[in-house]
Ligand binder design. Sequence first.
Ligand code: AP5
Ligand code: MG
Length: 215
Amino acid sequence: MLNVVLIGPPGVGKGTQAGILAKRFEMEHISTGDMLRAAVRSGSELGKRVEAVLAAGELVSDDLMVALIRERLEGDAADTGWLLDGFPRTVAQAEALKELLDELEQTIHAVVEMTVPDEVLVGRLTGRLTCRACGATTHRTRVEEGEQSPCPDCGQRELYQREDDTETTVRARLEVYRQSTDPVVEVLGRHYPLRKVSGDGTPQEVAERLNGVLG
Ligand code: AP5
Ligand code: MG
C-alpha cells in the first residue's frame, strides 16, 4: 500500500500521471480540483461558495480544504492507499495534513515534486480539453474536432475547456503557485521522503520516471 503526494505547478501533469499511477498501484486518486469542480457542477452550497474563486485561479480557504481531505483520508482510502493531487497547496495545509496523518496513524511514502518550464505549462493549459464524463484530459493538438471530439479515454463527446484555462488566469495560477505552494515542498520534505521528477517529455516517459522513483 502506497500513500503519495504529487506536487507541482498547474499543467505539470499531476492529473495525467495520477490517473496512470492510481490504476497501477490500485490507490485512490484524490484531486481537490476535481472535487471542487464537481461541487460547482452539482450546484451545492459548497459549489456556490467556491465557483468565483476557481474561475479567478485563487485558492479556496484552508479550513474548507482540510475538512474535505479529512473526510477522504478517514474513509476507504486508508485501506487502499491514496494519491493526493492538488493538496496541500499552502504551508498551513501542509502542517494540517501532517497533524491529521499523525492522528490517523498514516504516513506519506513519497512526496513527488514535478517540474516543467513555465512556457510549456502555459501551452499545455491553454490547449487542454477536459472530459465532463470521466475527468480525463487531452490537448487540442491531439484531437481533430476540438470540443466536438470523442474523449480519447471514454469515447463520450463531452470535452470542454476549463474556465480557468485562459491565458490570463493560467498566469495568475502560476503566480499563486510560486507564492503559496512552492514553500510547501520544503515543509513536507522535512517530514517525508522527497523525490523530484521532470514532467517534460511524453506522458509515457514521465510515467516511466515516476515508476522509477516509486518502485
Ligand atoms: P487543480 O484542478 O488542482 O488545478 P492545478 O493545480 O492548477 O493543476 P491542473 O489540473 O491545471 O494541472 P495538472 O498538473 O493536473 O495537469 P494535467 O495532467 O491536467 O485546481 C484548480 C483550482 O481549484 C485551483 O486554482 C484552486 O482555485 C482550487 N483548489 C484546488 N485544490 C486546492 C487546495 N488544496 N487549496 C485551495 N484551493 C484549491 O495536464 C495539463 C495538460 O497537459 C492536459 O491537456 C494534458 O493532456 C497535457 N499533458 C499532461 N502531461 C503531458 C505531457 N507529458 N506532455 C504533453 N502534454 C501533457
Ligand atoms: Mg489537475
